[in-house]
Design a binder for this molecule. Structure first.
Ligand SMILES: Cc1cc2nc3c(=O)[nH]c(=O)nc-3n(C[C@H](O)[C@H](O)[C@H](O)COP(=O)(O)O)c2cc1C
Length: 369
């Protein structure tokens, strides 16, 4: 296939795969797409190790790294990560800690120690910058950023290393802001998507963004893309490629938590909800007792980013390994309804292409006939 992104990166298929799992990233890049590693949960040292592993397993194919530098969050004005952590810890209300403790007890989960430990990893400008430095020390082809335009100096540093920069957006207005700071590729992500997401559907958003940024900027379609027909639709809407996330959670190579995987495989497209109950900003998750509890009348409400995640960070591994399992949730998009079996990542790439070709042939036959 040939679009501006396949030309730009020298890849076979305009398929971008976001994943926190290095094996998935390397597998998709080797299959002709482009894997993008989510750096969020790694310390700089861990990220160094993951990227070194990818370098030796990606077969010389291009790959990318994704960081989260939110344009707005509590404590953005504090200079130092330790100062930020200490200050924000003290701002978490006792009522929220009590609500969480009761919720865990109700579901038989080990009590949380309340430690925020690794909770800020990658969530803030202060903590994401060291990740950017590590990433630029590797032969990455793309640096992506979520939750607002990346700082202009980060864009400039990436460009100085010959690295293209992508930004995720959920409105046309945000897309224009990204272009202003020099971002090369706009990922127009519709509300169907897993993880942080806006409220405009992919079908509406992609053409709006394509028109807003003009011909000079490359747009990728994201949100709800898991089949070749959806890929064809994304390209028909004016995108040069597709950016996917959810579908890689159920591939052989994925490290999706053991108790979340069967829930994902069994879910329908109606089983997700956009909730602030994980990070404090709206993100799409599997709807479970966790998301319901935070939306309930008893809920004290969710805290702003990054305090909600600081509150729950220590509880999450406990929920994953103890209790009745009802609180187990995971970020995933509406495409979860089509994710019903575990297959190798390369097979997912080939299935996307096969169905894409069929879809385009069908459209051509309609036009021709
Ligand atoms: C489990 C999960 C975690 C995600 N975490 C991030 C993240 O840290 N940074 C980011 O830019 N996007 C993140 N996303 C969003 C993806 O990059 C992508 O835009 C989205 O998954 C596309 O929609 P889809 O889920 O329908 O494929 C995440 C998505 C999922 C499913």
């Amino acid at each position: 296939m040939r679009t501006r992104v396949t030309e730009l990166f020298g890849i076979e298929y305009p398929i971008f795969a976001f994943s926190h799992c290095r094996d998935v990233v390397a597998a998709v890049s080797r299959a002709g797409g482009m894997g993008v590693l989510g750096a969020l949960y790694f310390t700089p040292e861990e990220l160094e190790r993951e990227l070194t592993w990818i370098d030796t397993h990606v077969g010389g194919r291009p790959y990318g790294v994704d960081v989260v530098m939110p344009a707005a969050y509590e404590g953005a004005d504090l200079g130092d990560a330790d100062e930020l952590l200490g200050r924000l810890q003290g701002m978490i209300p006792a009522g929220h800690r009590r609500f969480l403790a009761d919720l865990l007890a109700e579901h038989g989960v080990e009590p949380s120690t309340g430690s925020a430990g690794r909770a800020l990893l990658g969530w803030t400008d202060q903590t994401a910058r060291p990740q950017v430095e590590v990433a630029l020390g590797h032969p990455i082809a793309l640096l992506a950023n979520a939750l607002g335009p990346p700082p202009a100096d980060v864009v400039a540093r990436a460009h100085a290393h010959g690295v293209k920069v992508a930004g995720l957006v959920s409105t046309a207005r945000h897309a224009r802001k990204q272009v202003e700071v020099g971002v090369d590729i706009i990922v127009a992500q519709g509300t169907e998507a897993g993880g942080h997401t806006g409220d405009v559907a992919t079908m509406v958003l992609v053409p709006e963004v394509v028109d807003a940024v003009g011909a000079g900027t490359i747009v990728l379609a994201a949100g709800g893309i898991g089949r070749g027909r959806q890929m064809a639709a994304g390209l028909a809407l004016g995108a040069e490629g597709v950016w996917t996330g959810s579908i890689w959670l159920t591939v052989d190579e994925a490290d999706t938590p053991e108790r979340a995987l069967p829930k994902l495989l069994g879910a329908t497209s109606r089983d997700t909800v956009r909730s602030r109950a994980w990070t404090g900003k709206p993100a799409r998750f599997l709807r479970t007792a966790w998301t319901d509890a935070w939306e309930s009348e008893q809920s004290p409400g969710c805290l702003p980013m990054p305090m909600q995640f600081m509150l729950i960070a220590d509880a999450l591994p406990r929920i994953a390994r103890s209790g009745d399992g009802e609180l187990v949730t995971f970020p995933v998009g509406q495409i979860v309804g089509s994710m019903n079996r575990v297959t190798p990542a390369a097979q997912v790439v080939f299935d996307l292409i096969d169905e894409y070709v069929e879809a385009v042939e069908r459209l051509n036959s309609i036009t021709g006939g």
